[in-house]
Write a protein that binds this ligand. Structure first.
Ligand SMILES: *Cc1c(COP(=O)(O)O)cnc(C)c1O
Length: 443
């Protein structure tokens, strides 16, 4: 089965004005004119629809925390806060971002295998709702910090199960820097219970990312429940919280089918019934903390064609953006096979594909390719190239410093209006100041 995700997204998430892609109803030609390119554009209504959909699937028994490393823009964080979500953070910088966006510290959970003493102190000072411990050493450090300020801190143990579930990036089952091995659960629980300034709330699991199978997710959750029961028996009281992690995937490549949310919802009904039937678990706060699923489909990376070229029988479209802004779309973010993200020539959508084109960025490396052997309409300078599935792990996980191009601006579209939510870097100002006003005519 091959799915054309550009088409799927055009029909389900975006719209057209003639041949022009519209984001939240606004033609990208207008957005490019107003803000310039390259740029990330997000449609808030897609994020809102995703929140609503997950609330349906997981029911109101679950608290939804947004994992902010997927996209930490303050305007996006505010959108989640306005919709009653908590946030999941994994660094001191994300703590700062989250508080700055107006998140109540109580609505924060803080995970990550390498929290420094400084980060732990800042989290304690701020009053972060729950800290997720990833080692005994970390528990001991946190206990000392808590003692020095006279606070008792709620903690959960991040457990790395013996048998890992699926997902493109597996984190369970193997040796791992993340979490505490399930085999050591009893010993670690005893140690944490002996630390006077920590209060053991519950369990945290995060077993993989970009999971597109509802059955894999449900299996992981069932495994999580087994561990939760064992933990509750060990501490001999009901658990206060169970965090089932994130990991819900978005279909990006042609062989991938979207996650079957109806199937997931049916499985969740059974899972919740199981939890509610167990007195050791029924009073626990249940949490999921997805990132990618909530924001991935809401984002488009928009660039302009700077130059068309031929070389030894191949057609190249050189664009003003590239892998320095969107490493994942270039296939260089840990992918073993380089596959194209769904993309369109955004001002020629629906025009006949007439040439096999390599869409490359301006960096001095052949790695800087955003589409390989793409069947595209005839293109010319000034055309717009749009890469879908660019709302998560796109801008944040890219090497902006490489070749000192500007970091890209970001725009949020909401209720038919667009607004700049991050300014472009300073090189654009420099270039404008350097160039004679009539540069276009003199070249
Ligand atoms: C990255 C991360 C997430 C979010 O993962 P997604 O695959 O984007 O849903 C959730 N929890 C933890 C601990 C993470 O590190």
């Amino acid at each position: 089965m091959m799915i054309d995700h550009a088409n799927r997204l055009l029909q389900s998430r975006f719209s057209l004005d003639g041949n022009v892609l519209c984001i939240g109803g606004i033609p990208v030609t207008e957005i490019a004119k107003q803000y310039g390119t390259p740029i990330f554009v997000y449609d808030q209504s897609i994020i809102e629809a995703n929140i609503a959909r997950l609330r349906d699937v997981y029911s109101d028994r679950f608290d939804l925390h947004y994992s902010i490393k997927a996209n930490p823009n303050a305007a996006i964080l505010k959108c989640f806060l306005d919709h009653g979500c908590g946030l999941e953070i994994a660094s001191g910088g994300e703590l700062h971002q989250a508080l700055h966006a107006g998140c109540s510290p109580k609505r924060l959970i803080f995970a990550g295998p390498g929290k420094t003493i400084q980060e732990l102190k800042a989290a304690v000072q701020a009053g972060v709702g729950e800290l997720h411990l990833e080692s005994i050493d970390e528990a001991v450090s946190l206990d000392a910090i808590a003692s020095s300020v006279g606070k008792k801190i709620d903690v959960s143990l991040r457990i790395n199960p013996v048998d890992g579930g699926g997902g493109a990036m597996r984190m369970g089952g193997q040796s791992s820097p993340f979490g505490i091995d399930e085999e050591c659960l009893d010993e670690v629980v005893e140690r944490v219970l002996s630390l006077q300034n920590l209060h053991l709330e519950g369990l945290h699991l995060f077993m993989g990312t970009q999971i597109l199978s509802a059955d894999v997710l449900l299996d992981q959750y069932q495994r999580g429940l087994q561990i939760a029961r064992r933990m509750a028996e060990k501490i001999n009281r009901p658990l206060g919280s169970i965090d089932f992690g994130g990991g819900l995937g978005i279909a990006t490549f042609s062989k991938e089918a979207p996650l079957d949310l109806d199937h997931l919802a049916r499985g969740m009904t059974d899972l919740i019934a199981n939890i509610d039937a167990d007195p050791l678990l029924s009073t626990a706060k249940l949490i999921i903390e997805p990132g990618r699923f909530l924001v991935g489909e809401a984002g488009v990376y928009l660039s302009s064609v700077t130059r068309m070229k031929q070389s030894r029988g191949k057609t190249y479209a050189v664009i003003d953006g590239g892998m320095h802004h969107h490493l994942a779309a270039s296939g260089n973010l840990g992918q073993t096979i380089k596959r194209n993200y769904p993309s369109v020539v955004a001002n020629r959508v629906g025009c006949q594909a007439v040439q096999t084109t390599e869409v490359v960025g301006p960096l001095c490396t052949p790695l800087d390719t955003l589409a390989r052997k793409a069947e595209l309409p005839a293109m010319q300078q000034g055309d717009l190239f749009a890469v879908f599935q660019s709302g998560a792990y796109a801008r944040t996980s890219s090497p902006h410093g490489f070749l000192s191009h500007d970091s890209p601006a970001e725009v949020l579209v909401h209720r038919g209006e667009s607004r700049l939510i991050r300014r472009r870097g300073a090189a654009a100002d420099f270039l404008r100041d350097q160039a004679p006003a009539s540069a276009e005519e003199t070249v």
